[in-house]
Design a protein around this ligand. Sequence first.
Ligand SMILES: *Cc1c(COP(=O)(O)O)cnc(C)c1O
Length: 446
Amino acid sequence: MAVAFSDQVRIVANDSARWDVFARHESDVRWYCRKFSSVYVSASSATIVDEDGREYIDFLSGASALNYGHNPEPIKHAVVRYLSEDGILHALDLHTAAKRDFIAAFCETVLKPRGLGYKLAFTGPTGTNAVELAIKFARHFTQRETVIAFTNAYHGVSLGSLALTGNRSKRAAAGIALPGVARLPYDGYLGDGLDTAALFERLLDDPGSGIDMPAAVILETVQAEGGLNTCSPQWLRRICETSRRHGIITIVDDIQVGCGRTGTFFSFEGMGIEPDIVCLSKSLSGIGQPFSLVLLKPALDCLPPGAHNGTFRGNNLAFVSARAALRYWSDPLFQSCLERLCRTLRDRLDAIARGFSQLHTRVVGRGAILGLKWPDATMANRVSAAAFERGLIIETCGARDEVLKLLPPLTIRDDELESGLQKLEGAIADAAGHATDLIARGQDHE
Ligand SMILES: *Cc1c(COP(=O)(O)O)cnc(C)c1O
């Protein structure tokens, strides 16, 4: 393995076209590679290695598709074993033992302990496909068309889910009208004094409001792409209660912040709601395999057989890896480490914000999806660029890229976390243009 690997590195490194090949042949629509420009070859835990042997700490984690880190041993072993046994890889949606094992384990480990009785609908492999199916179920069931989505929402970029997404530049790329959606302000959008759930309630109760009675309301409990805005449990309960009164289906898009990102398997746990439909994807497979799932209350299971077909609704390797990933959730040690990570991240970011208080640094987000925000909207991108120079991959979010978003693996080792946070502090100092802050903040922790 090691020999083959270094041979490959040498061949690529000697090729003067190693950058050129992307610039010349890959569409300009490519994105992350522009910010984190290198050619990567291997990764484990929270560390990625490029073809020059340079190591990076990964605080992006595939946009939270790698909550268990890169190549997590227990999941990788299950995958390798399945491959080596000629386990069936592609089967459309035929019954397979791998799928049965996943379904049984998901019900046993995730649904049953939480008292949830959802049915499972397997969609195409991307998150956006899960969203498409969720709104299809809701529209078909209610025989209504409108879906309410919130400001700064992100639900994917295929037409149905793009209509729900707020970002203007992403919407503009569609090139056609994106109908069937009414947009309302998310929690906190109008400032602290204004309860936007009360507005939601008023608009739906008032037959003169001009809002057509919607099929569904779709929301994220943390707007992971939209700037790490969070909603309060009270807000969420009022939205769900109003929806229930009007027969509106509640959909939680837990694609990015589910699978443990907020500290619990579902992001809405403990908030006193039970959504009618939940969308899962990103970290569901546990190892970066594409895999998406719609959970729905059995009464909503209204689509006829074949109405949402797709070739890749049976990624059996993902069933195997996802089943292995669920073992983390029956391991009390994983759960206590996750709690500790959430606390550590919050403490350390609070300390960083205090250390850089002259920049008016604010901490946003919840659980293990936290961010830093500055009044100067250009700061987050500058910190991200400076961090990359220091060997830390960290992305921004928000409509103006104004929030720096931390998404370390939930299983990150202490030394990787420490290294990443130190690079982050250094990068903030770099971006702010005063390296002396680095020394000043040193007293804030430890
Ligand atoms: C990533 C994401 C999607 C879309 O998933 P894709 O796999 O990129 O299509 C939808 N909703 C949320 C909240 C997401 O974070």
